[in-house]
Unconditional design. Structure first.
Ligand SMILES: *[C@@H]1O[C@H](CO)[C@@H](O)[C@H](O)[C@H]1NC(C)=O
Ligand SMILES: *[C@@H]1O[C@H](CO)[C@@H](O)[C@H](O)[C@H]1NC(C)=O
Length: 767
């Protein structure tokens, strides 16, 4: 327990009667007198206030009840399952209550459960086991519930809802538990309500890969290694507040209950008024699936190992029906060491949330290189982010993360380490929309970067120019700490992965940079930079204007090249990309953000790939760029355009490209004909890449699907390195063209009085 706030709860005496407690809390004031004898002084600071706008009042949970159900324990660890006593030095073989299908009636209320649960599958303090619908739908009237129950010092979870639906779990306190405390198991569980429950001091358990800490992972995996010749296990430790893990198909005895992909598309239901704090890893995670097949020779990872998973909620869990965003409302996350929340997938929207004192407040991560559910977006509105609040925590002797911080450099608990770059919102992939959010008390220190807005570090993936921020407010945030693009050094490593080099976001109303309509970009990315951009050295960024989009270039045969892309008007500032995908894939993918209506050349560190597919990403209809691809002399080409619909997994050919002997004739015309120009002397194959179809607002691809151009090249066997830069320039240098319009005018017109426009426009970037 490194984070010191209120992990250790109070034991309360005297015990107020339930009803009295209700009454007082309903009028919003409760006075608690803590009788700390025989406990002595409280070890840690317990906050009882709203600090810097974030409600950090400590939770108070009543553990004692008049009716107690408890296990009878041995005084030492008892090894009823392999290796248990290498993890626990106490007996973990407690009692359990199991409710199975066709039970008569179950209403558990006002009970104290102690020493319950076991470190074997299926034995938990309260366990609804494959009980089906337990509410009116299943014929239970009144519906089944678990209410006003305290579950503490348990040896396996608190309440397990397994293959059961419609259960109400209300006012349940789980304290000092092994493994996920409130737990739904196989994936098909629906309509269950967890209302006003409290789970705290939840510790690692051996049962599932997602329950284990890294030591358990290692030791248990080694046991597997011996019996199955196991390798390459991936197992993340617990320590997460709320965690939505997606089961692509239901597991365990629920296998077959729904068709593949159902849970990834299932609407979330209601998630409101929850809070998570003092978690080692994250307050909330929506991410990951579990492996749903047992270990085999082909894939040796055991069943339920965490794998990747992408959430994209749609009506009736049907990806062809309208989107049904997951709304996360009034969520509070503070003093979570790594993340307040890490939310992956499409259409996850947050409203009225609060984040404070987390390493990283919030990461909104779309589907990855492509949003899995094209047309979806993530957003956060009306929310508050506090970098370092007035809740300083408690200094303890063995506390390695105590150090100076905040605006006054006082001693405080720090997330992860003294030089960890604290961030409010971290951009990763996209598209995302950040609107009406306040950032408070983010300030860099000597030797520690800190910023309200920043980027995922060591990022191989795309950065989307449609990541928008609007109506951002800064309080006690020096301008130098508003944004940080990173620099090589601790935590940032070389800052040389493709996503690190191409980071960008759109400052729609100028509330971050003072320049409405501008884009904030990494300072040395000349694919989107020009000399009229305004450098912000403290941010390692630039404020730029322009029209941007992305291209994804897939390279086959070989799939291991480094790509160099050069914009013709700033040819002495090339961008080098190594590709987003792991080395084992059969193609590599490069994802630069580009300036539209410009010319580029592309080069390789070995012989050019035999096949390229170029995807036009975030291009609106008629947007274009011109690209010269470097190939060896003697190469011949076959080039076509097509449209790929990712949802239906269908591809249609839309045209063929023919050779022209005049550069001026380059055209990419729909539906049937395009021209390419092969300048064999410089080694450049020129194409004009132009989007033919309309695009919806948040989509990456057109309404008809993703427009692509595919090049197949027959390359002479003896060809050398395909780097044509020396031949290409100065021949293809372009003069920077100045676009003469006031970038901000339209934005300002929308909500500012006309007399201000002239004045504000002088602060706009005018080209
Ligand atoms: C902005 O967010 C705050 C909450 O942080 C809210 O009180 C206010 O009404 C919001 N403003 C608008 C214009 O929505
Ligand atoms: C960002 O704003 C642009 C217009 O400036 C809009 O086209 C785009 O859809 C917006 N993206 C998001 C995620 O809100």
């Amino acid at each position: 327990t490194v984070f010191a706030d209120s992990i250790t709860p109070f034991i309360i005496a005297p015990t107020p009667p339930q009803e009295a407690q209700r009454e007082t809390s309903s009028i919003g004031r409760v006075t608690l007198k803590l009788d700390l004898v025989p406990l002595g002084k409280a070890t840690y600071l317990h906050i009882g206030e709203v600090v810097d706008g974030v409600d950090m009042r400590a939770e108070v949970g009543l553990l004692s009840r008049n009716v107690v159900v408890m296990g009878e324990m041995e005084g030492r660890c008892y090894e009823y399952s392999s290796k248990l006593c290498s993890f626990f030095d106490f007996d973990t073989f407690g009692g359990h209550i199991k409710i199975a299908l066709n039970f008569k009636a179950t209403h558990i209320e006002g009970l104290e459960l102690k020493y319950m649960g076991q470190q074997t599958m299926g034995h938990y303090p309260i366990h609804f086991h494959m009980a089906g619908d337990v509410d009116e739908k299943g014929g239970y009237n009144p519906p089944t519930y678990v209410k006003d129950v305290s579950i503490h010092h348990t040896f396996s979870r608190c309440v397990t809802v397994h293959g059961s639906n419609g259960l109400l779990v209300k006012d349940v306190v789980g304290y000092d538990a092994l493994g996920h405390c409130f737990f739904t198991e196989d994936g098909p569980e629906e309509r269950n309500t967890f209302d006003h429950c409290l789970g705290l001091l939840v510790k690692p358990s051996t049962l599932l890969p997602s329950d284990r800490d890294s030591r358990m992972c290692k030791l248990i995996t080694e046991a597997f290694l011996l019996s199955f010749l196991f390798s390459d296990d991936r197992c993340l430790s617990q320590e997460t507040g709320f965690w939505f893990v997606l089961h692509h198909v239901p597991t365990g005895p629920s296998a077959g209950m729904y068709s593949p992909g159902y849970s990834e598309h299932m609407p979330m239901g209601k998630f409101s008024n929850n809070r998570a704090h003092s978690n080692y890893r994250a307050g909330m995670i929506i991410d990951n699936g579990v492996k749903t097949t047992p270990a085999s020779a082909k894939d040796k990872r055991p069943i339920l190992t965490l794998i990747s998973g992408r959430y994209s909620p749609h009506k009736d869990a049907d990806p062809l029906k309208p989107r049904e965003p997951a709304i996360i409302e009034h969520f509070i996350a503070y003093k979570n060491q790594d993340h307040g929340a890490w939310l992956r997938g499409g259409d996850v929207w947050l409203d009225n949330c609060q984040f404070a004192d987390n390493g990283i407040g919030l990461t909104l991560a779309s589907g990855g290189t492509f949003p899995h559910d094209d047309g979806s977006k993530q957003e956060i509105k009306n929310s508050l982010f506090v970098g370092e609040s007035g809740n300083l925590g408690t200094e303890t002797i063995d506390n390695e993360i105590w150090g100076p911080g905040g605006l006054d450099h006082r001693g405080r608990t720090l997330p992860i380490g003294p030089d960890f770059p604290i961030r409010g919102i971290q951009f990763y992939d996209g598209p995302i929309n950040v609107q009406n959010c306040t950032f408070r008390k983010f300030a860099a220190l000597d030797g520690r970067h800190t910023s309200a807005l920043a980027f995922r570090l060591n990022n191989a993936w795309q950065s989307c120019p449609n990541n928008n921020v609007t109506d951002i407010h800064f309080e006690d945030v020096p301008i130098t700490s508003r944004v940080f693009f990173g620099e090589p050094g601790p935590w940032f490593n070389g800052l040389d992965m493709d996503g690190d080099k191409t980071s960008v976001f759109h400052d729609v109303d100028g509330s971050v940079s003072e320049y409405p309509g501008s884009y904030l970009i990494k300072e040395d990315n000349w694919l989107i930079k020009h000399p009229d951009c305004i450098d912000m050295p403290d941010w390692r960024g630039s404020i730029c204007s322009g029209h941007f989009a992305q291209i994804y270039i897939q390279a086959y045969k070989p799939a291991n090249l480094k790509m160099k892309i050069i914009k013709n008007d700033y040819h002495d500032h090339p961008l080098y990309l190594e590709g987003a995908l792991s080395k084992s894939t059969h193609y590599q993918q490069y994802q630069p953000v580009i300036t539209l209506r410009k010319g580029y050349t592309i080069h390789w560190d070995k012989t050019a790939p035999e096949e390229l597919a170029i995807w036009l990403i975030n291009f609106n209809k008629n947007d274009w760029i011109q690209v010269g691809f470097c190939y060896p002399k003697g190469t011949t080409f076959s080039i076509l355009s097509d449209i790929h619909n990712r949802l239906l997994k269908k591809t249609y050919k839309t045209g063929t490209f023919y050779r022209t002997s005049q550069m001026e004739k380059l055209e990419h015309r729909y539906p049937s004909k395009g021209y390419y120009y092969w300048d064999e002397d410089t080694g450049l194959l020129f194409l004009k890449l132009k989007a033919q179809n309309e695009k919806e607002k948040f989509a990456f691809c057109s309404v008809k699907g993703c427009e692509r151009i595919r090049i197949k090249a027959v390359i002479p066997k003896t060809a050398g390195v395909s780097d044509c830069e020396a031949m290409a320039y100065p021949k293809y240098i372009e003069t920077p063209i100045v676009e003469n319009y006031c970038q901000c005018k339209s934005v300002i017109l929308a909500h500012i009085v006309p007399t201000d426009i002239e004045r504000l426009c002088t602060r706009c970037l005018i080209f």
